[in-house]
Write a protein that binds this ligand. Structure first.
Ligand SMILES: O=C(O)CCC(=O)C(=O)O
Ligand SMILES: [Fe+2]
Length: 209
């Protein structure tokens, strides 16, 4: 089955900050179409593939502090922070666009977001990320999560959906390149395993801890 644009959560256009703030306030989540734009999606995907081939990504951990652990059965992605010097030029512009989003959200929702952190993620075929919250148990610094997808011609039959566990039930969102999903960081979610590699950038808008 070819990719469909169907989404069970509100779809908003990139740059429509009023609609984004409204969706986060009322629904807690939405999908942003056109983030990153087509050129940036291509450049970021190429950069992530280059870094993958060069062996620069590291297995991602769960938890933090003393609870930090590598648990490949729970979490199968390999990651690299976007502010790492090994990342290519495309990451600077993308981080700048996330920071503009941070300012826009503060102006509309008064969330006191002080910074954005973001990493590349590559899930090898067959790996996923078990149900979790992005907010750590001992810190509410992460307020809003955003995942931008870099996949080319994603086939929905390959799996790999982001499953959001919302009050009304679970919804699955396919990781289509050039779309991003934004949600409140307290919402439980998981990444379903995919038949092929799955490329993304995961970002968090944070208050000062
Ligand atoms: O890639 C996704 O769709 C979600 C990733 C995620 O949940 C995370 O990195 O915390
Ligand atoms: Fe997550």
């Amino acid at each position: 089955m070819p990719c469909s644009d169907f989404s069970p959560i509100p779809d908003i256009a990139t740059g429509d900050h009023d609609a984004l703030a409204d969706a986060l306030a009322t629904r807690g989540t939405c999908r942003i179409l056109g983030l990153p734009d087509a050129d940036s999606t291509h450049a970021l995907r190429e950069d992530l593939l280059r870094l993958t081939d060069a062996g620069e990504l590291s297995p991602a951990a769960t938890g933090r502090g003393e609870g930090r652990a590598l648990q490949p059965t729970l979490r199968g992605d390999r990651t690299l922070w976007l502010d790492d010097a090994r990342c290519g030029a495309a990451t600077g512009a993308f981080l700048a666009s996330l920071d503009a989003l941070r300012v826009a959200l503060n102006e509309r929702l008064f969330l006191g977001l002080a910074e954005v952190e973001a990493h590349y993620a590559r899930y090898a075929p067959g790996t996923g990320y078990a149900r979790h919250r992005d907010r750590f148990r001992d810190s509410d610094a992460r307020v809003i999560s955003l995942v931008a997808y870099l996949n080319d011609d994603w086939n929905i039959d390959d799996g790999g959906a982001l499953r959001l566990h919302l009050d009304g039930g679970a919804i699955d969102i396919p990781p289509l390149g050039g779309t991003a999903v934004c949600f409140r960081s307290e919402i439980e979610h998981e990444v379903l395993p995919a038949a092929c590699e799955r490329l993304s950038i995961a970002a968090w808008f944070r208050r000062r801890p």
